[in-house]
Write a protein that binds this ligand. Structure first.
Ligand code: IMP
Length: 428
């Protein structure tokens, strides 16, 4: 019953999509378990370029079951757009399954997300403005609308009537915005629900049955450990649990169903939005790294802040997620540098930290302490074996393993599917 969880060890955008795509060659199912269309990844095939925000990465393979689990919040318009886009390219979505317990991101969630960010001014989180926080807030406060509510117009109508009254009061009285029209929204969702109803079934049972039958299931994390609502750099986080344990809650399986946890880490660090990033590189070098790595958000197009690899963070991510092994991505991006740094500790007020300080105020102020390495300054995108890497690149990889005490088993050296160095034939 192999269940593998793939999560991000940084602030998202680690290249999880590529690792999942690589693993899904041999998979029977791919399950999204948290987040919403704040996530985004690009899949490039010979014929097309796809941007997925909600649909799991295995969708292009008709033999793979793709599940949107109960932990995901779904913007129905976005999902229908993604489905329509696939159909227009003659790709079936009959292999897509949606949990009836997943919550909806409603139009008022998007508006409230943006309004709140505007109100916060320079205290803003820097959200993707996709309504993610307001949707999870409603879930927790028990006023959310779920996918299963859509399947019964009477129930949907009743819930919407109640919620919209409250939301319109907030929109008009607090944010000075126009109210939303109940009938318009009802009609729109009646239309959308017709397009989506057939995909809804008991996904928890489906996944557990698949595992019972010995099928291979990938649990696909979105965002990364430091955007986790509990373990990330709160309040500069997303509103869901992004860590490995969330795979269970967000898809309806027990913890013993998971065999391996793969932590995906970029060979350097990036972050979109506000919040601390101790190893951030400012100035020309930071800009060069952003350009070399094409570090612009797949969802919002915002430029990502770039910094050196931080193994204090990686050690923490390894602990919180019980990572089995790491997949290192975008190593090739560093090839232009003649010297490279790894941060392995921090200092603050004459104190020295080898572990992440739990006090966020301290973490926001720490100075990173670095180990410096010579760069390799040669192309590595054609390398497929660890032994063929330049000695400086090998040293860089080994040092990360030594610092984090977790092996690296996959190294990605380019965006294409085959640009991968693997350390064993199959990681299943
Ligand atoms: P939200 O998830 O839209 O509420 O945004 C909260 C924070 O998470 C912001 O800093 C976003 O930039 C960040 N964020 C959300 N989703 C992603 C992602 O998929 N990649 C990187 N950052 C993300």
């Amino acid at each position: 019953m192999p269940g593998i969880v793939v999560i991000g060890t940084q602030w998202g955008d680690e290249g999880k999509g590529k690792i999942i795509d690589y693993l899904s060659k041999d998979a029977d199912a791919v399950v999204r378990f948290q987040g919403g269309n704040n996530a985004g990844h690009t899949v490039v095939t010979k014929e097309h370029k796809f941007q997925f925000h909600l649909i799991p990465s295995g969708i292009l393979n008709p033999d793979i079951i793709n599940v949107i689990g109960n932990g995901v919040v779904i913007d129905l318009e976005e999902l229908v757009n993604e489905i329509d886009d696939l159909h227009s390219k003659k790709i079936t979505t009959s292999n897509l399954k949606i949990s009836p317990n997943s919550h909806l991101v409603m139009p008022y969630h998007r508006i409230l997300d943006e309004a709140r960010e505007n109100l916060l001014g320079n205290m803003k989180i820097g959200t993707t403005k996709r309504g993610i926080g307001p949707s999870y807030s409603d879930k927790a406060s028990r006023s959310g609308i779920r996918m299963q509510d859509l399947l019964n117009v009477k129930i949907f109508k009743k819930k919407l009537e109640f919620v919209l009254k409250e939301k319109n009061a907030i929109l008009t009285k607090i944010y000075n915005l126009p109210p939303l029209d109940f009938n318009d929204m009802l009609e729109k969702f009646k239309y959308l629900s017709k397009k989506i109803g057939d995909y809804v079934l008991d996904t928890s049972k489906l996944i557990n049955d698949a595992l019972d039958e010995g099928k291979k299931v990938i649990f696909e994390g979105a965002q990364g450990t430091f955007l986790d609502i509990d373990y990330g750099t709160y309040p500069f986080v997303t509103s869901s649990s992004t860590v490995a344990a969330s795979a269970c809650i967000g898809s309806g399986i027990g913890p013993t169903r998971i065999d391996k946890i793969i932590g995906v880490t970029k060979a350097y660090t990036t972050r979109v939005g506000q919040g601390p990033l101790p190893t951030e590189i400012k100035g020309k070098l930071g800009t060069m790294l952003r350009e070399k790595g094409s570090e612009y958000g797949a969802t919002t197009g915002r430029p990502r802040r770039c910094g050196w690899l931080d193994t204090v963070l990686l050690k923490y991510a390894s602990r919180i997620n019980s990572i089995t092994f790491l997949a290192l991505t975008k190593l090739d991006v560093l090839s232009f540098l003649n010297s490279i740094k790894i941060c392995n500790s921090y200092s603050y007020n004459d104190n020295y930290y080898k572990e992440l300080p739990y006090n966020q105020n301290i973490f926001s102020e720490v100075s990173p302490l670095y180990k410096k390495f010579s760069g390799w300054e040669e192309e590595i995108s054609e390398v497929r074996n660890f032994n063929d890497l330049p000695k400086e690149a090998k040293k860089y990889i080994r040092r990360i393993e030594d610092e984090v005490k977790v092996p690296i088993r996959l190294v990605s050296v380019g965006p294409e599917r085959d640009q991968m160095i693997k350390f064993e034939e199959s990681i299943w």
